[in-house]
Write a protein that binds this ligand. Structure first.
Ligand SMILES: Cc1cc2nc3c(=O)[nH]c(=O)nc-3n(C[C@H](O)[C@H](O)[C@H](O)COP(=O)(O)OP(=O)(O)OC[C@H]3O[C@@H](n4cnc5c(N)ncnc54)[C@H](O)[C@@H]3O)c2cc1C
Ligand SMILES: NC(=O)C1=CN([C@@H]2O[C@H](COP(=O)(O)OP(=O)(O)OC[C@H]3O[C@@H](n4cnc5c(N)ncnc54)[C@H](OP(=O)(O)O)[C@@H]3O)[C@@H](O)[C@H]2O)C=CC1
Ligand SMILES: O=C(O)C(=O)Cc1c[nH]c2ccccc12
Length: 422
């Protein structure tokens, strides 16, 4: 291989012409969340430069701007580490949201990752003539051979169409905008949805003299966060290495019933399918209880059936009950936004998730990759990031060898740059 110096100097130098076209040296990564940062770090370790485009004004914007104050990781920190640099040793077993953000900041600065902020990708398309991806933001068009989708499974809130909700006079907020129950002090609050967000928002509201009513329209698995001092997630991970999934699920449910009691009696019916199997098949995360359950048992959180209709100042439920309420919190989950901006690509479902299931969803065709769409949280992100960096690293070295031996040719980026017209 030839000299490396020239390349090094270009790591943060992308070529821009007058028509707002930026030729990116290395892959384009969309999103500066944990997935984008992890991939950029792993690429850097392979000596591959990259450019992150981020629509928000900071890294890990989901964690900084769209989560509630009292959020902590549900899984022990060893299951939420990104590759190459772990959590600080003095962090507790379940780091707070602020500790997680500080870890992300440290991670980005350790690998000198400098995303371009306030760049919302509005369209990305493969140019078959050039053989490159064209990635448009509101300001520029970025061009690269590789495009890495890191916009996350939680890019947009799910806002269900509930009859009458437009007429409602009170406040309606999605959990992505909920910070603390202080704004709802002494109010009658309806929380729609009973995933981890719904449960934890209800628990938070209890601290502010609210008796939240939580809508549970369906079945749900609730597991204790820990059993006998071990994290339930850790126990499950260890058991599936040795036993069939269905057996592990049976065991988990046995232990959960032992520590939590029968949840059916408090309106939380369990699905027929076990918690891990359900997670693998549908992506539905079991609730890891951090205190909501005991509030339900003591009547401080009320479980109600599905909403039929929202009125001016209340709600009607499918069982015929009617209630006056002051505010509604939508704990109805999140969705990918990939279909809104990635065009002409068969790799994603209409919901914006890769069609191939884990662990094979990270590589599409024509230099397209995805990181963080595994439904396996940050562990899935770590796995994808390592795979992508290895794969692109090999291609990068091949191209470099070509360029180094054929010194009669211009470096590839210049050839392309001259062809780009707008
Ligand atoms: C409340 C909550 C708690 C969670 N807790 C855990 C946990 O304890 N453990 C765990 O493993 N996982 C947890 N998760 C899952 C979560 O998905 C991961 O923690 C992690 O944030 C995923 O990282 P990501 O980079 O894939 O996505 P994100 O963190 O969502 O980052 C994606 C980034 O892409 C940007 N973006 C989106 N669209 C565009 C666009 N068009 N152009 C440019 N930029 C764009 C966004 O602004 C964002 O910064 C939690 C999720 C939520 C909602
Ligand atoms: N500390 C942590 O680690 C935390 C992690 N998270 C993670 O973030 C992700 C998102 O969680 P979350 O925000 O809870 O979203 P989820 O998708 O897990 O849950 C959404 C909930 O809303 C319900 N719902 C959706 N639409 C309606 C409707 N029209 N009427 C009534 N109910 C409805 C769903 O019910 P149904 O099943 O019937 O569709 C479900 O109970 C998960 O992976 C979760 O684990 C979240 C909070 C804390
Ligand atoms: O919080 C998420 O989004 C995750 O995917 C991580 C996670 C939390 N609880 C779980 C239970 C089973 C598998 C993953 C998770």
């Amino acid at each position: 291989m030839g000299s490396y110096k020239g390349e090094e100097q270009h790591h943060h130098h992308h070529h821009r012409n007058e028509s707002n076209c930026v030729l990116v040296h290395g892959p384009i990564i969309v999103g500066a969340g944990p997935s984008g940062l992890a991939t950029s770090a792993c690429l850097k370790q392979q000596s591959v430069p990259s450019l992150i485009l981020e629509k928000s004004d900071c890294i890990a914007s989901l964690w900084q701007h769209r989560t509630y104050d009292r959020l902590k990781l549900h899984l022990p920190k060893q299951f939420c580490e990104l590759p190459l640099l772990g959590f600080p040793h003095n962090f507790p077993k379940y780091p707070t949201k602020h500790q997680f953000i500080s870890y992300m900041e440290t991670y980005a600065s350790h690998f000198s990752i400098k995303p371009r902020f306030n760049q919302a990708v509005i369209k990305a398309e493969f140019d078959h003539v050039l053989g490159f991806w064209r990635v448009k933001t509101q300001d520029f068009e970025y061009i690269s051979r590789w495009l890495i989708v890191a916009t996350g499974e939680n890019a947009e809130p799910v806002i269900p169409d509930i009859p009458g909700i437009d007429r409602f006079k009170g406040r309606v907020v999605h959990t992505s905008l909920y910070k603390s129950g202080s704004v709802f002090k002494n109010q009658r609050v309806l929380v729609i949805g009973c995933g981890n967000s719904g449960m934890e928002v209800c628990l938070d509201l209890c601290r502010f003299n609210v008796i939240p009513h939580m809508v549970v329209r369906n079945t749900v698995h609730v597991l204790p966060r820990e059993m006998f001092g071990f994290s339930t997630f850790g126990i499950a991970m260890a058991l599936v290495k040795w036993f069939p999934l269905k057996l592990v699920d049976k065991l988990l449910l046995l232990l959960a019933n032992f520590t939590l009691g029968n949840t059916d009696q408090i309106g939380l019916r369990r699905p027929k399918t076990g918690p891990i199997e359900l997670k693998n098949v549908t992506g539905k995360t079991p609730v890891l209880d951090v205190g909501a359950l005991s509030q339900i048992k003591s009547g401080k959180i009320k479980v109600v059936e599905g909403v039929k209709e929202v009125t001016i100042n209340g709600a009607k439920f499918v069982d015929g009950q009617e209630k006056e309420i002051d505010s509604i919190i939508l704990a109805t989950g999140y969705k990918s936004n990939v279909p809104t901006w990635l065009k002409g690509c068969e790799f994603f479902t209409k919901d914006g998730m890769p069609k191939s299931p884990f662990p094979n969803g990270w590589k599409a065709e024509k230099g397209l990759y995805t990181v963080g769409f595994t439904r396996r949280g940050l562990l899935g992100t770590a796995s994808d990031a390592v795979n992508i960096a290895k794969d692109i690293g090999e291609q990068w070295r091949t191209i470099k060898e070509c360029n180094d031996s054929n010194f009669n040719y211009l470096p590839q980026r210049n050839v392309v740059q001259n062809k780009v017209k707008k």
